[in-house]
Design a protein around this ligand. Structure first.
Ligand code: CMC
Length: 391
């Protein structure tokens, strides 16, 4: 065959052209459709950002209202889905449950599979934007032993997610603006990040013309790993372990630098950012604000700040350009919002949903070919078969 260029981990290989997210890792710049992440996190709402990512423009009032209405019209889930959730043990990791339920949804929404026109895509897109928050809420409610409930179509998209997650059977739900704003901001900051592991997975699965939901289910599985979205859970578990261990950050810094120790400083480093992750900057400030607003004094925030300070002054981290990434401070906010640690990556998936959808839609509309990387073969050369009794 022809000459194959080998690039493990695709460090220098572009898989597609894309007009969705711009990222400059050297300068620490992130923009969705040309709008800076700083401005969007400050001024926009998650549903507007979802529309922007998917369709390319910020919606006007009427477009946003129609989008929200189309979503709320689809916000029910077939009751049979509850039986599927019922089959999981309470101890199941929510990411496995979420991926399975997303896949199971296909059986109840077969019209979302074979889509190729923009209209058919729109139909599949509003369906998943409507039903995914219910699945997210149900995975949490399953863990907590709360009854599986639906949302309230009169609420904003993010407020409704929060209500579905936390509403207690015998209490009226009360909106807390600080909590909803923090959640909205976190979801926006996670909404897209160009061709990362889970997004590339969504595109490659979708490139075989498997449906949107099947592609998303695969993306959720990719996000689960601790080197990717699973890092937010791993960060918090690391911070808790350090706290239990007497808050000795120096000891963990030494472990992270020790090449014989597999331990890594979770929430540090990034394939593309060789500078501050702009999302981490926003989240660090948000963590301070949210904890102050909610009157929470969390010793774990101090440990995180201590680790960050030490790392930024340490030649190991400086030389390798390892900075805090999006996952370093997000868990501290999730924790302050009462979200269990095992649910952190599910919240990341909720945020990343519009990005995955936008990338899938772009890939299909551009008529991209099936994703099929090549390899450099390193196995045995041709050899004769040996019968089992002669081996
Ligand atoms: N702690 C200690 N050393 C590290 C770390 C870390 N967190 N990250 C990278 N390094 C070292 C690594 O050992 C290597 O050193 P050397 O050159 O001496 O062999 C060098 O830095 C380059 O690392 P790499 O593993 O070759 O870089 P990569 O681009 O393949 O990996 C990464 C990027 C994010 C997987 C990695 O930095 C990492 O494992 N970080 C911790 C997990 C994490 O926080 N992941 C979240 C990523 S951000 C958003 C998301 O996807 O969720």
């Amino acid at each position: 065959g022809g000459l194959i260029t080998l690039d493990p981990g695709y460090k220098n290989t572009g898989s597609c052209e894309s007009a969705i997210t711009f990222l400059d890792g050297e300068k620490g710049v992130l923009r969705y459709r040309g709008y800076t992440i700083e401005e969007l996190a400050e001024k926009a709402q998650f549903l507007e950002v979802a529309y922007l990512l998917i369709f390319g423009e910020l919606p006007n009032k009427e477009e946003l209202a129609k989008f929200h209405k189309d979503i709320t019209d689809e916000s029910h889930i077939d009751e049979e889905m509850k039986k599927i959730l019922d089959g999981f043990p309470k101890s199941a990791h929510p990411m496995g449950v979420l991926s399975s339920l997303t896949s199971a949804l296909i059986a109840f929404n077969p019209s979302t599979v074979d889509v190729s026109s923009e209209k058919e895509m729109y139909h599949a897109i509003v369906r998943i934007l409507a039903k995914f928050p219910v699945l997210v809420a149900w995975t949490l409610r399953k863990k907590k032993g709360l009854p599986l409930d639906y949302g309230d179509d009169d609420l904003g998209y993010v407020e409704n997610i929060h209500k579905m997650m936390f509403k207690r059977p015998s209490q009226t739900y009360k909106k807390n603006d600080v909590v909803i704003e923090a959640l909205d901001k976190l979801l926006i900051l996670h909404a897209d990040h160009e061709q990362n592991c889970s997004t590339s997975t969504v595109r490659i699965v979708g490139s075989s013309h498997a449906g949107l939901f099947a592609s998303l289910s695969a993306g959720i599985s990719a996000l689960w790993g601790p080197l990717h979205g699973g890092a937010n859970q791993a960060v918090l578990e690391m911070l808790e372990a350090i706290e239990k261990d007497g808050g000795d950050t120096k000891k963990y810094m030494a472990k992270a630098k020790d090449k014989d120790d597999p331990f890594r400083l979770m929430g540090f480093g990034h394939r593309v950012y060789k500078n501050f992750d702009p999302r981490a900057k926003i989240i660090k400030k948000a963590a301070d604000d949210v904890l102050a607003d909610l009157g929470i004094d969390d010793p774990i925030l101090e440990i995180a700040k201590g680790l960050e300070k030490e790392a930024l002054e340490d030649s190991y981290f400086v030389d390798r350009k390892l900075y805090p990434n999006v996952d370093f401070y997000s868990g501290i906010i999730y924790r302050a919002l009462g979200i269990p640690t095992e649910m952190f990556t599910v919240m990341f998936a909720m945020g990343r949903l519009p990005g995955w959808i936008a990338q899938w839609r772009e890939m299909r509309l551009r008529g991209e070919p099936i994703g099929r990387p090549r390899q450099v073969y390193t196995g045995a050369t041709k050899r004769p078969f040996v019968e089992v009794e002669n081996r």
